[in-house]
Design a protein around this ligand. Sequence first.
Ligand code: FES
Length: 138
Amino acid sequence: MALYSEKVMDHFRNPRNVGKLDDADGIGEVGNARCGDIMKIYIKVADGVISDVKFNTYGCGSAIASSSMATEMIKGKPISEALELTNKAVAEALDGLPAHKLHCSVLAEEAIRAAIKDYYDKNGIAYDPSLFPEPHEE
Ligand code: FES
């Protein structure tokens, strides 16, 4: 069996939502100290819904595929749903990632959460801090 699924290869070769939003409402940047990869996600929010999302990832193919898939999964969704997106769901949507690449999908989950937290902070919206645990190292 190939190491990477067709979906991983597709999202790696043709990533969706690449770029930056100059007028982003929230920006989340996370990195993994061990591999050095960095992911930045920009969100635009309208009426509690993620109306647009873009990402820039300086990292491995799995991180790029995870960012691409994760942005597709939260685009047009209410913030409450985006907050529930887990790295497991991202990896599953990609038809799986090799075990040593699962942390790449964790970056996507963390970057989305960081962007939402930034949006809340910038807009003075109260939230439960337990929703945003400190990003963890693998
Ligand atoms: Fe670290 Fe993929 S190897 S994010």
